[in-house]
Design a protein around this ligand. Structure first.
Ligand SMILES: O=P(O)(O)OC[C@H]1O[C@H](OP(=O)(O)OP(=O)(O)O)[C@H](O)[C@@H]1O
Ligand SMILES: NC(=O)CC[C@H](N)C(=O)O
Ligand SMILES: [Mg+2]
Length: 549
């Protein structure tokens, strides 16, 4: 899950970077690995700063002051494709045609054939393993087909429509064309969120695109509208143009946004994340009551697992008329552990992040409530912590059903083997995490908790629970391929060799010594610079060769 943002200020002489940076910090929960901003200044020149790290690490007054221009695009990254390399930090840039900057949230599933097309037909070089760089180049290649010196909105819509026919998977994107404007679009299933908002500014309007509405609220923007599935919106200094560029498919936003990813104060596709989490707590209370009765067990206290589960846990406790206690105190300086790279780091950080207060546990039957159990990293650690400080029985309740299948749409769970619920029933999940009992929300209850707030949405992407993928094209062969890539990543890390080289070895039988060939290598331009700040006349700067027609 990544965070994307675009801003166009009415006054071209006001710089947008500080506000984009502020917005990115509000989207930090969507990606902690890398971040970046590209602005467009006078003469259509781009200025960029991006690198691995959190927003507060990468941007300071100095770097922001060098990002000139009244429009720009920002990104916070949680990698799902490629690597954690600096060079895969976004936004991405291509100089041809016209100068395009691009930020992507989601994950493509037909990258193999798209890469072949890029190489053999479009003759475009893809310099990283990022699916986002690939997506940008598909779009750029389509735009190039116009062969025009100056293009207009219609041309862009046509290029995007073509792109949506070529690519499969999930993508919510924000892009910027040099000297022209910003745009946002969403895949035909609307799997990942992005919306638009407007703010009065002097005699005109400022425009914002963002993954979540919280950025609009904080910046004083109103009239939040979600980009529709398969729709593209282009904003220039003179007009806003909207177009349904792909035929509508089943609208299926990812339900995991409501369970875990999004901030509670955001409203996505007309549904308050906060309200949906309250409803999840209410529904889970009924299931907890049923299972406790069945097992002849009672609970003394409800304890949330900070942070995300708090809202649901409080509602659950109120409904069951049980005491609610903040038994785990969170170190506010440690980020989200689920989106950290590598199992070792995730495990270590659960302990660093949460501390159990013995007096809330000792001698009690405790019900720990979490939003989800994915790899079981958190639940295994906290169950042990609860027992260490004297809990009598530890029962874990999850607001989401068991997660047994890979995610292919922008959450880094490509391998079923990593998932604690894969191939396990509820009892064996309980013993895997060391709990006395585990209680899961049912899928119909989860769906109803979210859907009750917008009945126009008839489907959600629930593939991690069901193994049914809304885009199709995800078969056993593809899932096995993903799993082998993950294994390559782990092996490559241990050997200090890029995963791509190991994958090539596995697929082609070519032995690797860690030296990369020209295609598909991880030798990247500028990746050793930390952070890369471009803005001088000889860097990413572009001339005003492209104007609105
Ligand atoms: O079973 P796991 O693989 O551990 O994943 C699930 C856990 O990870 C997330 O917490 P995280 O610490 O990322 O964020 P939070 O502080 O927002 O709850 C989520 O809220 C669960 O607690
Ligand atoms: N989580 C995401 O949305 C990731 C975007 C893109 N697939 C990347 O890996 O950079
Ligand atoms: Mg959590």
């Amino acid at each position: 899950m990544c965070g994307i943002l675009g801003l166009l200020l009415h006054d071209p002489n006001t710089d947008s970077a500080a506000e984009i940076c502020e917005g990115l910090s509000l989207l930090q929960h969507r990606g902690q690995d890398a971040c970046g901003i590209v602005t467009c200044g006078p003469k259509g020149r781009f200025y960029q700063c991006k690198a691995n790290g959190m927003v507060r690490d990468i941007f300071d007054t100095n770097s922001i002051s060098r990002l000139i221009g009244g429009m720009g695009v920002g990104h916070v990254r949680y990698p799902t494709a490629g690597s954690f390399n600096n060079a895969e930090a976004q936004p991405f840039y291509v100089n041809s045609p016209y100068g395009i900057v691009f930020a992507h949230n989601g994950n493509l599933i037909n990258t193999t054939s798209l890469l072949q097309y890029m190489d053999a037909t479009a003759h475009r070089h893809i310099n990283t393993s990022s699916d986002s760089e690939l997506l940008l180049n598909i779009f750029a290649n389509n735009l190039q087909q116009t062969g025009k010196f100056r293009i207009n909105e219609e041309d862009i819509f046509t290029a995007l429509g073509g792109m949506m026919k070529q690519v499969r998977g999930a993508y919510a994107c924000v892009a910027m064309l040099a000297g022209f404007g910003i745009m946002a679009f969403r895949d035909p299933n609307g799997i990942r969120p992005v919306g638009m908002a407007v703010r009065k500014s002097g005699s005109g309007n400022d425009y914002l695109f963002s993954s979540e509405s919280v950025v609009a609220d904080a910046g004083g923007f109103g009239e939040w509208q979600d980009v529709r599935p398969g729709e593209a919106i282009i904003i220039t200094r003179s007009r806003v143009s909207r177009c349904q560029v792909a035929p509508p498919a089943t609208f299926a936003p990812d339900i995991f946004e409501y369970v875990y990813f999004a901030r509670p104060d955001s409203v996505l596709d007309g549904i308050s994340v906060y309200r949906s989490r309250m409803a999840m707590g209410d529904a889970l209370a009924d299931e907890v009551q049923r299972v406790l009765t069945e097992n002849n067990l009672t609970v003394d206290v409800v304890i949330p697992v900070p942070d995300t589960s708090r809202v649901a846990a409080l509602n659950l406790a109120q409904k069951l008329q049980l005491p609610y206690r903040e038994g785990f105190v969170k170190n506010r300086y440690v980020g989200r552990t689920f989106i950290m790279p590598g199992q070792e780091m995730r495990k270590k950080n659960v302990r660093r992040k949460l501390n159990a207060m013995a007096l809330e546990f000792v001698g009690k039957n405790v019900l720990l409530v979490d939003d989800s159990i994915v790899r079981g990293t958190t639940s295994k650690e906290i169950v042990q912590m609860a027992k260490d400080v004297g809990a009598k029985k530890v029962i874990v309740a999850s607001c989401a059903p068991p997660i047994r299948f890979s995610n292919v749409y922008g959450i880094d769970m490509p391998s079923r083997m990593e998932l604690v619920a894969h191939g396990r029933d509820t009892d064996s999940i309980a013993s895997a995490i060391g709990a006395d009992l585990v209680i899961f929300q049912t899928l119909p209850d989860l769906i109803e908790s979210v859907r009750q707030f917008n009945r126009d949405i008839t489907a959600f992407d629930c593939s991690v629970f069901t193994g049914d993928y809304v885009t199709g094209d995800v078969d056993e062969k593809y899932l096995l391929h993903l799993e082998s890539l993950r294994a390559d990543n782990a092996r490559g890390k241990a050997m200090g060799i890029p995963a791509e080289a190991l994958a090539a070895e596995r697929i082609n039988g070519v032995k690797t010594n860690g030296v990369h060939d020209e295609k598909g290598s991880d030798v990247t331009l500028g990746s050793d610079v930390h952070p890369t700040v471009n803005g001088s006349d000889d860097t990413v700067g572009l001339h005003n060769s492209w104007q609105q027609s």
